[in-house]
Every structure is written in structure tokens, then in C-alpha cells.
Design a protein around this ligand. Structure first.
Ligand code: AMP
Ligand code: ZN
Length: 310
């Protein structure tokens, strides 16, 4: 499942153009790139545009920020390894003697497998930017009346899905917002943001539409999970064409019901189990979609688009 997915000819051509223009800086590992100044500028401006849209919609989310690693225990509690074993990245580290360190360095110096010298640490790479929010809110006790809206920012997430497609990264930024409240409040927030996000992305000239979607659950039982998720319309995605005709998700809108709140004991002001929803904008995919639509020279983008972002 996590083996390398080669690029289509369209994707390979777009990647070459992005590298030649200095927008992406290859690392040698597929799906891991540095970014040039213009690319990063657009990424940060898009993030600020989302914040302005939230304010304009009358939202004042509480800002919380977390590092791009989470405790291994949390991944275990969440059942992430049942659902997405192929996407997780686990942090290992050395805990041995001087002799073992020398052996490890020699093996590594020959570019051979040095994993036998490594121990599992307490950390995994962040799979989704909203994960640390739920235990943090659970620890506060019952929610205030009306619940909470949290802005965990545009932070790094890791997914082990190496690909030649410049829109499928292993390390990328996901801008999330999270709503935790009564079920009806959470559902209408999720649907409201789906519609607002479509408008704000179309306002940047993107030919976007939304559709019911499913997460990439692993294996045969995963296919049943995905079918049930679609049937209940728990996930929507906003899709655009980037390199070629294939639709690529640039934003997701997820209703988790009580999946997180039951685990972390998050209750409403009157003691019922709260529900949660989140949305995630894929920063890098949105910058790529904008570059594909308006050209690689950011200074020459249409005035209407520059007015929104600059
Ligand atoms: P998800 O939690 O899978 O719904 O992801 C949230 C958003 O992150 C998606 O809508 C995409 O825009 C973006 N995203 C997910 N996976 C990747 C990836 N491998 N590379 C780049 N962006 C991604
Ligand atoms: Zn989320």
C-alpha cells in the first residue's frame, strides 16, 4: 500500500516545471520538498485568507498550536493502526552503548539497514493537525454553553504515501479548524464551512466543486469502513484538477460524531457527550492548484486573485 506511486506524464511535467521555476526543491525522497519564497508567500497568504474568512463569518476560534509529533499512546488509543497502518510514521531513536553506536554508524555509513540499532520512541509523526486538540479540550472538563471552536493552525502532517505526483506529499501543511459542541451545532458548522470554503476557493479563480468522500482506510475491512462513511456523508471534499484530469482533494470537511469525544470524555455544558467536526485545507495542494490555474509567475496573476491574497 505504501509502495511508490509513479507520476503520470502530466504530473511529472508539472513537477519538472515547479522545480525549474524554483518553487519546489527536491530532497531526493519522493513527496518531500523544500519550497521557494514565492510558493511559501502564497501558502502563508492563503492561510491568512482563511483566518479573515472565519472572522468575516463571525467566528473567533481559540488559537492553539502543537508540534508535528504526537504521543504514540494517542495513536494507539485512537485505533489509527487499525484504520491507517500504511500511512503512519513512527519515530525511532538510539538508546545503546558506545560500541553499538559505532556499529550503527558503520552500517549506516555503508547505507545498509541500521534499524536493528534503533528503539521505538514515545512519538509518532503528526497524521492530522486536529488530533492534539481533543485530549486538550477533554482535560478542561465540560464545554462552555455553545461549545468551542479551535484553530490549531496550518501545521505539518505526515503520511507515508511516497509518490511522483507533486500534489501527493509525505510531509505537508494542513490548515484545520475544529468545532466541538452539540451534534446539530457541529453538523451545521461543518456544512456551513464546506459551502463557505467552496466560495473562498472559487473566489481565487479555482474551478472547484465538492463531493462526498471517504478516508483511505486500509485493506478489505477498510473498504467497508469507507462505504459506511460515504453512506452517512461523514466526509466531504473540495476537488480540483491539478496536473491532469484526475480530481484532487484540496480541502476536507469531517464529521466525527462521538469518535474523539467519547474517547476523551468531552461533554457539553449539560453533561451529554459532545460531537466533533473538523475541516482541513491542504496548503501545498492549494498553492499548486493556483499555480496551475494562474501560472508559475505569481506577480503576473490576475488582479482579482491578487486583491484577495495580497
Ligand atoms: P484528510 O485528513 O486526509 O482529509 O486531509 C486533509 C487535507 O490535506 C486534504 O483535503 C488534502 O488537501 C490534504 N492532503 C491529504 N493528503 C495529502 C498529501 N499526501 N499531500 C498533500 N496534501 C494532502
Ligand atoms: Zn481534523
Amino acid at each position: 500500500m505504501a509502495e511508490f506511486r509513479p507520476a503520470s506524464p502530466d504530473q511529472a511535467q508539472l513537477l519538472d516545471e515547479l522545480v525549474a521555476a524554483g518553487h519546489l526543491i527536491p530532497s531526493g525522497v519522493p513527496g518531500v520538498y523544500g519550497r521557494g519564497g514565492d510558493y511559501e508567500d502564497v501558502r502563508m497568504r492563503f492561510d491568512a485568507y482563511v483566518t479573515r474568512c472565519a472572522t468575516a463569518a463571525g467566528e473567533a476560534p481559540e488559537v492553539l498550536r502543537f508540534p508535528p509529533v504526537i504521543p504514540r499512546k494517542q495513536i494507539e488509543d485512537l485505533g489509527y493502526l487499525e484504520n491507517f497502518p500504511h500511512l503512519a510514521g513512527t519515530v525511532f531513536a538510539f538508546e545503546g552503548t558506545e560500541g553499538q553506536a559505532r556499529a550503527m554508524a558503520e552500517t549506516a555509513g555503508r547505507h545498509e539497514d541500521w534499524s536493528e540499532h534503533q528503539c521505538m520512541s514515545d512519538l509518532v509523526l503528526m497524521p492530522a493537525v486536529c488530533y492534539p486538540v481533543y485530549p486538550a479540550i477533554g482535560r478542561r472538563g465540560p464545554l462552555p454553553a455553545g461549545g468551542v471552536t479551535i484553530d490549531p493552525g496550518g501545521s505539518y502532517a505526515f503520511r507515508h504515501e511516497p509518490s511522483g505526483d507533486p500534489a501527493r506529499l509525505q510531509m505537508f501543511h494542513m490548515r484545520e479548524l475544529v468545532r466541538i459542541a452539540e451534534p446539530e451545532t457541529v453538523q451545521s458548522w461543518r456544512d456551513g464551512w464546506r459551502d463557505r470554503a467552496l466560495e473562498l476557493l472559487r473566489g481565487l479563480g479555482l474551478d472547484a466543486h465538492f463531493d462526498v468522500a471517504a478516508d483511505p482506510f486500509f485493506g478489505r475491512s477498510g473498504r467497508m469502513m469507507a462505504a459506511s462513511q460515504r453512506e452517512q456523508a461523514l466526509k466531504f471534499e473540495i476537488l480540483v484538477q491539478i496536473a491532469g484530469p484526475e480530481p484532487t482533494a484540496i480541502a476536507s470537511f469531517n464529521y466525527h460524531q462521538d469518535h474523539f469525544s467519547a474517547l476523551y470524555g468531552i461533554t457539553t455544558a449539560d453533561g451529554a457527550t459532545a460531537h466533533t467536526a473538523c475541516l482541513g485545507f491542504g496548503h501545498e495542494r492549494i498553492v499548486l492548484a493556483l499555480m496551475k490555474t494562474h501560472g508559475l509567475d505569481v506577480a503576473a496573476w490576475p488582479d482579482e486573485v491578487r486583491r484577495e491574497l495580497w
